[in-house]
Ligand binder design. Structure first.
Ligand code: SF4
Ligand code: SF4
Length: 116
C-alpha cells in the first residue's frame, strides 16, 4: 500500500497522479501530491516505478497501512528499490537485458524464412 510521498525528493511532476489506476492521489498545486484515498491503493507499484525521483514508497503489504516513517525508508534504501529490482531505472542493468531468448527466436524466424 502507498505509504509515503517524500517532500524532499518530490518535484511535483504529478506523473504518479496520472499513472495511478485507483485515483489515490490529489494534486496539490506547487507541492507533492497528497495521498488522499490510501484505502483505494491496489499496491500495484505503478507510482513507485514511474516516479523519476524515487520519491514514493509503496509497502508490499496490500492488506493495510504499515507504520513506517520516511526516515526509515531512507535509511533502509527503500525509495525506488522496487523499480531498481525490475531494472527500470537508467544506467542500471535490468533482467530483460540479460535475457537472450530473442536470439533463439531470431534464429528460428530465419530458419522458417529460409525453409530449413
Ligand atoms: S512522480 Fe514522484 S516526483 Fe512526480 S509528483 Fe509523484 S512523487 Fe513527486
Ligand atoms: S501503488 Fe498503485 S494503486 Fe497504489 S497509489 Fe501507487 S499507483 Fe496507485
Amino acid at each position: 500500500m502507498i505509504e509515503i510521498v517524500s517532500p524532499s525528493r518530490c518535484t511535483a511532476c504529478n506523473i504518479c497522479v496520472r499513472v495511478c489506476p485507483s485515483n489515490v492521489f490529489d494534486i496539490a498545486p506547487g507541492a507533492p501530491p497528497r495521498i488522499a484515498r490510501q484505502d483505494d491503493c491496489q499496491t500495484c507499484f505503478m507510482c513507485e516505478i514511474y516516479c523519476p525521483h524515487d520519491a514514493l514508497y509503496v509497502a508490499p503489504n496490500a492488506e493495510g497501512p504499515v507504520a513506517i516513517a520516511e526516515e526509515e525508508v531512507e535509511r533502509r534504501g527503500l525509495f525506488g528499490s522496487y523499480a531498481r529490482a525490475l531494472g527500470w531505472k537508467d544506467g542500471r542493468m535490468g533482467g530483460t537485458r540479460e535475457d537472450t531468448t530473442w536470439e533463439l527466436r531470431a534464429t528460428l524466424d530465419n530458419r522458417k524464412k529460409s525453409g530449413s
